[in-house]
Design a protein. Sequence first.
Length: 170
Amino acid sequence: NFKVLGAKLGPKMKAAAAEIAKLTAEDLRKLEAGESVSIVLDGETIALVPGEVTVLRAEKPGVTAATEAGLTIALDTELSRELLDEGIAREFISKVQNLRKEMNLQVSDRITLAVAADEEATKAILTFRDYVSNETLALDIVSGEITADKKEEADLNGHNAVICVKKGAI
């Protein structure tokens, strides 16, 4: 708090600010708890009280944090390429399951899938090929379009795609 501490320290304020920036997490906890902490300026020990120092917390970009009773938990909210790809694959599975339902397929019916989409979406689906196959009972998943029993345009998390479903093998 430059207004309060500046009146106390005068010309030493700039040096004090540099020392305050070096305070440890424990020192900051003490200030937040209403206790004083000390810094040394030119060999002189100066006590800082809570009203003289304001503790501000800010989340780093891409991180969400919460603090309660001195415990802070931070969660990295940045989506990796793998998570984005998995999201595309899961959206693809959802669309395929809806198509299976529209086709009145039995739970045990095997299908062949094809997807015509941009490179990113196609790569994501093929990267998670085994997972997609297990979830949809697909015998095969190919890139492009095929002669299908059901064909639908779909949005896969912002990627335009054409999904083709054929009962059985091609």
